[in-house]
Design a protein around this ligand. Structure first.
Ligand code: GLA
Length: 656
């Protein structure tokens, strides 16, 4: 039986634990229980916030609320260490706590006082033990748990503002079979989602919103972190109210003006505040829209059920918590027109009409989008809006539409410009704040301003492949942005290089025609990085109801989304001209810079940037936005190795 380890037993245990090393003790047939300390295992496989894990003998200096420990490991939130076990590990025991060295963190609001974390032991996808929230200055907590029969084990520490110092001390296993083995985090280990984000709140998504006066407003305060949460908002314009439990703000603002609202979100770990600017006036889409667009994967299978399920997935899988809000039906929803010319949805797909779908979405703080064409037919041959524009806007408005994708099909060229302008005028007077998205390619960008559109396509239909050779691969849609469309973009008016493909993996409908084979996670991560650099609309097209964990992590990385949603909405500028290696720099509103290192070559490349080439001098704090950790304070220049089709994405802050 394994006893909690104290400092006196260390020598004995260390000797016994040699069994784990290649040098074995003589074999004994009877069942023998061995003991191995956590710090004697390979802990380099820990994934954690900043820094690297340390064990005894590696300057770990373990100390929890003044108590010193000689054995154990030091890691930083968010921390995960996975093990493969053979089912014959009897027990794990440890003391856990917040290490005394917690200090101010540079990039996020953090202090000794706000250092908090929660420890979890997760076995075969089930939480076996959790410490409860522990704060700086708390005494260490003891855990002793039976692991017989367990095959996959995860030691996880969530919480804090990203980088809290935490310790597993006097920790070890007793086992009668194979020595526990640490492994790299498996891509798809099913862990109950409710345990994924137990940490201090983080407020995400758009921080500036435009709305027309006297039109309905829906805004779920987008926040990640441990639930339950309570929400507060100071300074809301008249007519808007916040539900403190759901965090949804709605109502109808009446007075034109600029309102600075202070949002506060509180949970068991602490509270965070952030400003939200609400502009009640004539501007919409002050940051690029974020949501789901049904075409690439759902295509003709769009229905009320699909719309509702997507809305549920937005809530349950955490998309809403990082700012995704619009759920947009693309083509194929249309049923036809009645004898009065009023458009109706396909009654098999939408047996109760579209208003009930809109209500369902709005109740969750989400918004509904629709699709049509200025021609008599849409691109897939369904009913278009030609000569029914006024009537259609009235009908859509009665259903609660918040977004229109107006696609360029079956339109006489000589009438297109006038028809796009007509729709822009009608939407403006519709009594709702409806975002206006227009297509197609070169033409629409030039008409964007005239027709008061909020976004326009800059490329053909994107396909699920990095490079296709016909202009439709991810990198080709990115390339088409520059420099042709630069002059058109500003907050409220966005270039749209088409949907995000992240998570489709070759299983889409139209996304995978033209022989598009799908992408790997590196390429999907690159699409997300490039779209964020461009301030492109983030319109997911993978089936969010059934999404891989990796794709979910890519799509919901709040720090990358923050780059996309930056209120300044600037386009990135290319630095240098080395073939196949592109460095893109985006100036952020707060004075920091986001830099993307894009490797278009077939082999890995070292890419470098000198601070002076982008107007910086001396020391800069570099944060890797995919690793979500500070790389360090770096002087004069920065280099990184980038794999083919990869974008390394960093944000550089002036060192205080
Ligand atoms: C065009 C658009 C696509 C999609 C289809 C629907 O091809 O570019 O994004 O909307 O029409 O028919």
């Amino acid at each position: 039986m394994f006893r909690p380890i104290n400092n006196h037993s260390i020598q004995i245990i260390t000797i016994i634990s040699l069994i784990c090393s290649p040098v074995s003790l003589p074999l004994v047939k009877a069942q023998i229980t061995h003991v191995i300390l956590l710090d004697e295992l390979d802990i380099s496989k820990i994934t954690q916030g900043t820094d690297r894990p340390r064990s005894t003998g590696d300057k770990a200096n373990l100390s929890i609320n003044g108590k010193k420990f000689l054995k154990g490991i030091h890691t930083r939130t968010e921390s995960r260490l996975y093990f493969e076990l053979d089912g014959k590990v009897d027990e794990f025991s440890a003391m856990v706590g917040i290490d005394d060295r917690n200090d101010a963190n540079r990039t996020q609001q953090s202090s000794k006082e706000s250092s908090a974390a929660e420890f979890f032991i997760i076995a075969d996808g089930k939480v076996l033990w959790q410490s409860g929230v522990m704060k700086f200055g708390d005494d260490p907590k003891k855990v002793k748990i039976t692991l017989a029969g367990v095959k996959n084990l995860l030691l996880r520490v969530t919480g804090g503002p990203g980088n809290t110092h935490v310790d597993w001390v006097d920790a070890g296993f007793s086992y009668s079979g194979q020595c526990p083995k640490t492994v790299w985090s498996p891509e798809e280990l099913a862990v109950d989602r409710s345990n994924i984000q137990l940490s201090l709140p983080r407020i995400n998504g758009a921080m500036v919103i435009g709305i027309r006066p006297n039109t309905p407003f829906y805004y779920p305060v987008a926040a990640t972190g441990g639930r339950p949460m309570t929400f507060m908002a100071d300074g809301l314009p008249e007519g808007l109210v916040l539900d403190e439990v759901t965090g949804i703000i709605n109502g109808t603002p009446t007075q034109v003006g600029e309102y600075k609202v202070k949002l506060t979100v509180k949970n068991n770990f602490g509270k965070i505040s952030r400003d939200l600017k609400i502009l009640v006036g004539d501007k919409l889409a002050l940051t690029p829209p974020m949501g789901f667009l049904s075409w690439n994967v759902i295509e003709g299978s769009i229905s009320a059920t699909v719309m509702r399920e997507i809305a549920d997935a937005f809530v349950n899988n955490g998309f809403r918590d990082v700012g995704y809000q619009y759920i947009i039906m693309d083509d194929c929803w249309e049923g036809g027109r009645d004898r009065y010319g009023i458009i109706f949805p396909d009654s098999l797909k939408f047996p109760h009409g579209l208003k009930s779908v809109g209500d369902y979405l709005h109740e969750k703080g989400l918004k509904m989008g629709i699709y049509s064409s200025p021609g008599s037919k849409t691109c897939a041959g369904y009913t278009g809006s030609l000569d029914h524009e006024d009537l259609d806007v009235k009908t859509w408005t009665s259903w609660g539409i918040d977004y229109l994708k107006y696609d360029y099909c079956s339109v006489p060229r000589d009438r297109a410009r006038e028809l796009y302008i007509l729709m822009g005028d009608l939407l403006e007077k519709s009594g709702r704040s409806i975002l206006y998205s227009i297509s197609d390619g070169d033409i629409s960008a030039k008409w964007g301003k005239l027709s008061k559109a909020n976004l326009w396509r800059t490329a053909g239909d994107i396909r699920d492949q990095w490079f296709l050779g016909n202009g439709n691969g991810i990198i080709e849609c990115f390339d088409r942005q520059q420099p042709k469309f630069t002059e058109f973009q500003h907050p409220g008016a966005w270039n749209d290089p088409d949907m995000l493909l992240v998570g489709i993996y070759g299983k889409g409908a139209s996304a995978n025609d033209l022989d598009a084979k799908g992408c790997n996670d590196t390429e999907y991560r690159s699409q997300m990085s490039l779209w964020a650099l461009l301030s492109a609309p983030l319109l997911i097209s993978a089936d969010v109801r059934n999404i891989s964990r990796n794709a979910l992590e890519i799509l919901t990385n709040p720090e990358v989304i923050e780059v996309d949603q930056d209120p300044a909405g600037r386009l990135p500028v290319r630095i240098g001209s080395a073939a196949d290696m592109e460095i893109w720099v985006k100036d952020m509103e707060d004075g920091s810079k986001t830099i993307g290192f894009l490797n278009k070559a077939k082999d890995k490349r070292k890419m470098s940037i000198k601070w002076k080439d982008i107007g910086l001098q001396g020391k800069q704090l570099v944060r890797d936005l995919w690793l979500r950790k500070d790389i360090g304070i770096i002087k004069d220049s920065y280099s990184v190795t980038v794999f083919p089709n990869e974008v390394s994405l960093i944000r550089v802050y002036k060192k205080q």
